[in-house]
Design a protein around this ligand. Structure first.
Ligand SMILES: N[C@@H](CCC(=O)N[C@@H](CS)C(=O)NCC(=O)O)C(=O)O
Length: 215
């Protein structure tokens, strides 16, 4: 299986961290999604992560990929069956990813195109979601791997990576837990990074990955 991924997408990182956590054999292949025309045949949304099962069968989005990987190793209990509270916390963390990515994209627009009203809406949603996760710290702050905990760690690190929010004062328990949680090998091996501009043909796989190197 090949996980088509990016260097810093939180959705892709969660899928990759899940594969690592489950010790499932998956090749993590970083692509430039913005010019990946070949991806349309696999995922009409042209988004990452996309998991290629064989030549032309693929799964997306991150939630489906995580559930599929887990179905191969259900004994790992990363996604407890019919635990709707865990599933909903996972959704909250994924929603926080969406708002954080959207804010980052909005801030990259030049000021005339940037909507500060959109940024404010994202900021409010981000603050509510972080407060919502902090309110469930009893469930999240544990060393036992579970999908809602992985998703929370991934999104908080993305928020730091892109300087989306100065969230620690509002979520001191999550902040303390994250310090330890981020030493988990599946998270260490999937840290986000920025690609250096390579110039040339942006439609090809990033050379670092074509050579099989890991971030
Ligand atoms: N709901 C999807 C979201 C995936 C997503 O938004 N991926 C972004 C990267 S962070 C992407 O592929 N963006 C490229 C684009 O939409 O053109 C998931 O959970 O996997």
């Amino acid at each position: 299986m090949i996980l088509l991924n990016g260097p810093n997408t939180p959705f892709g990182r969660l899928a990759w961290a899940t594969a690592l956590q489950l010790a499932t054999e998956v090749e993590n292949r970083v692509i430039d999604v913005y010019s990946a025309g070949f991806l349309d045949a696999l995922n009409p949304l042209r988004q990452i992560p996309t998991l290629v099962l064989d030549g032309d069968r693929a799964l997306f989005d991150s939630r489906v990929i995580c559930a599929y990987l887990h179905s191969l190793r259900p004994e790992a209990a990363l996604i407890p069956p019919s635990d709707w509270a865990v599933e909903t916390r996972w959704s909250l963390a994924v929603g926080l990813m969406e708002a954080s990515v959207a804010r980052t994209m909005e801030m990259r627009r030049q000021p005339p195109e940037r909507s500060m009203a959109s940024v404010a809406k994202h900021d409010q949603r981000i603050a509510r979601a972080i407060a919502g996760l902090e309110a469930q710290a009893d469930e999240i702050c544990s060393r036992k791997a579970r999908i809602d905990r992985l998703a929370t760690a991934v999104v908080l690190e993305y928020i730091d990576f892109r300087a989306v929010s100065d969230w620690r004062a509002a979520a001191p328990r999550l902040a303390r837990w994250l310090e330890i949680e981020t030493t988990r090998p599946s998270l260490v091996s999937s840290r986000p990074y920025d690609l250096q501009p390579t110039g040339g043909d942006r439609s090809i796989l990033h050379p670092q990955i074509a050579e099989g190197a890991r971030p």
